[in-house]
Structures are given as C-alpha cells and as structure tokens.
Design a protein around this ligand. Structure first.
Ligand code: TMP
Ligand code: ASP
Length: 234
C-alpha cells in the first residue's frame, strides 16, 4: 500500500486516503500488555480483530449507535471515518475481573450488583490513570453533553453486545470503548475485539480473550480464532 502512514500504535496502523474524512486502519499481530512492558505477537490476531470489530460495529450501527465503520477492504484493513479521538478509555464492567479485583479486593468472577462504568485518561506516559467526570470537565477532555452521550452509548453497547454474545455461549465480562468526534457528533471509534474485551465461555468459564496473553495461559491464537468462529459461524 502506498498510502501515507499517519499513526502507528501498539496494535494498529492508520493510513491516509484520498478522502480527508476517511482513513485506513490496519490491525497488527503485535500484542502488548501492562502499558507496553510485555511484548509479543499473536499470529492471526490482526485479521481476527479486524473482522470481529467490524462485525460488532455493524450490529451496533443497526441498533442505532453511530460508529466510525465504513468498509472492510482486506483481512486486516478497514476504511473508517477519520475522527478526533476523545482521550478517554471508557470501561464497562458486568463481572469483576482484572484491575477492578486488584483495586477493590474482589475475587475474579464475582457478580456485580449493577453495571460499572469507569473512565481512564488515555495517556501512556501516565499509565492511563482512572479519572472521573469532574477530571474530564476540569481537563477539558469532553463537554458534559459529550459525556452524557458517551455514557448513554456505552450502556446501550453493553446491553446489545451482552444479549448478542449470550447466544454464542460467550459471557461479556467487561470491555473498553473509545469515542471520537466526527462532523460535530460523538461516534464510537477504535475497536471492539478480544484485545479490548473479556470474553468467557458461558459454560466452562474458559477465557477467550487477551488475558490468555497477559497471564501466559497458552492457547492464545486458538482463543482468538474461536471468538471469530463463534461470531461469524466460520
Ligand atoms: P482492566 O481490568 O485491566 O482495567 O481492563 C478492563 C477492560 O479493558 C478489559 O476488557 C480489557 C480492556 N483494556 C483495554 O482494552 N486496554 C487496556 O489498555 C486495558 C488496561 C484494558
Ligand atoms: N494494551 C495495553 C498495553 O499495551 C494494555 C492491555 O491491553 O493490557 O499496555
């Protein structure tokens, strides 16, 4: 591809297109964890994340959530709207896992009485610290109106994905979303994939996501392929 690379992150590259409103996102097999401290590769991850993310964005669009998705152009590349990313990681939790267990002393898998919404400041140098609505307003990261939209779309996404994945015997434990501004609107951006969600098999509780890489559980590639298979019926 001879397009100009405009951004390279830990798991994705972004290229310019002829259209100033559209960019190409290319998903890589590279994997990092713990703010880049652990590095590796998960063979086939780029293609899985591209296809899983596009599949879920199309579902969410149908249900009324605007997303950056435009068109899949190859196994690992997709055309998306060029948004201005709002530097907030939105985390939605249904079941206790990961950093929530460490922070609050909960055991992994503990049921939460209600859905938890968390915000982190997207800043690698600071290690993506957790922030609240007041920090977001004080730092000017998003307006109150934008934050209301972000919270509304995040809860709705949780509802839609939880119901959808249940039929595939996948329990949606938690996930991370990012939003962007496009022509004055807040839309869902980035990705929704085994890199950014915790997916557990509903029956066995087996982890089918990036925790297999983070925690050295083995069968990492297989877990990513299994998610793709269940979603696409492949
Ligand atoms: P956590 O329990 O480590 O805070 O993660 C919560 C969710 O967010 C989990 O589904 C994984 C996802 N996540 C990301 O997508 N990117 C990140 O950098 C981190 C730390 C978590
Ligand atoms: N993606 C993040 C990193 O590279 C963290 C994670 O997903 O666990 O550090």
């Amino acid at each position: 591809m001879n397009q100009k690379l405009i951004y390279e992150g830990k798991a994705k590259k972004v290229y310019q297109t002829q259209d100033p409103d559209i960019v190409v996102v290319e998903y890589k097999d590279d994997a990092t964890a713990f703010n880049g401290l652990k590095k590796g590769a998960i063979i086939g991850k780029g293609a899985v994340n591209n296809k899983v993310s596009n599949h879920l964005f199309k579902l969410l669009e149908k249900r009324g959530i605007p997303t950056h998705y435009e068109k899949e152009i190859s196994d690992t590349q997709t055309l998306v709207k060029k948004v201005q990313i709002i530097p907030i990681e939105v985390i939605v939790r249904n079941i206790a896992a990961g950093s929530l267990c460490k922070r609050l002393g909960l055991s992994e898998g503990a049921k939460l009485k209600s859905t938890v919404l968390e915000y982190c400041y997207k800043n690698d140098d600071l290690g993506d610290p957790m922030i609240n609505e007041y920090h977001i307003k004080a730092l000017g990261l998003a307006t109150e109106e934008e934050l209301d939209t972000i919270a509304k779309y995040s809860f709705l996404t949780n509802q839609i994905l939880t119901d959808y994945l249940k039929d595939m015997n996948i329990e949606l434990i938690d996930f991370k979303l990012e939003f962007g501004r496009f022509k004055g609107e807040v839309i869902l951006a980035d990705e929704i994939s085994p890199d950014t969600c915790r997916f557990w098999d509903s029956k066995s509780g087996e982890k089918l996501d990036k925790d297999r890489f983070r925690q050295d559980l083995g069968q990492v590639e297989e877990a990513y392929q299994e998610i793709l298979r269940r979603l696409m019926g492949a």
